[in-house]
Every structure is written in structure tokens, then in C-alpha cells.
Design a protein around this ligand. Sequence first.
Ligand code: SF4
Length: 95
Amino acid sequence: MRIGIDRERCQGAGMCVLSAPEVFDQDPGDGRVVLLTAGVPAGQRPAARLAADVCPAGALTLLDDSDAGDMDRAGAAAREHEQAGAPTGDGSAPA
Ligand code: SF4
């Protein structure tokens, strides 16, 4: 997951920082949102979603997995590995 920010819409309310302080900060000069991370770590995604939901200006956009970073690709590789090692069955009915 990535997040798009629209600093022109941002009103500096700071709800995003309260919701997800590891993802967002506010510019000390104008109070507008600053993104702290390009990709949102899995553990921060619920907080980032909450931040987008509570932003009164609609200045935050969640961009899901089509733009995902390395973290999601690593997760997909792990799932493929698990599937490759899992029994596939021979299609016969159980005895
Ligand atoms: S909650 Fe929205 S309006 Fe407030 S600082 Fe964050 S992005 Fe800006």
C-alpha cells in the first residue's frame, strides 16, 4: 500500500498524525501533511486507512497493491513458495 497526499487540500488539522504517527507528520512551517514513508508497512496499514477516513479535507488517497512496494512482492513470493511445497493431490477421490 502507498498513500497519495494532496497538500493543496490539506487543512493542517493533524488528524492523520494522531491516527498514524509513523506514517504522517506535519510540516513545521505550514502545518500541512508530510509523508514519512513511501510504502506503508503492513503493521501500519490499519492506522493509515483510519487516517484517510478521518481526514476532514479528503487529502489522503490509499493506493492499493497494484502500486505496492517490495514488502508486498516479498509476501507474494513467500505465498508462492508455500504453494510450491504444498501437496497438490492427484485428483483422485478419498478412499
Ligand atoms: S488529517 Fe488531512 S487535513 Fe489534517 S493534516 Fe492530515 S492530511 Fe492534512
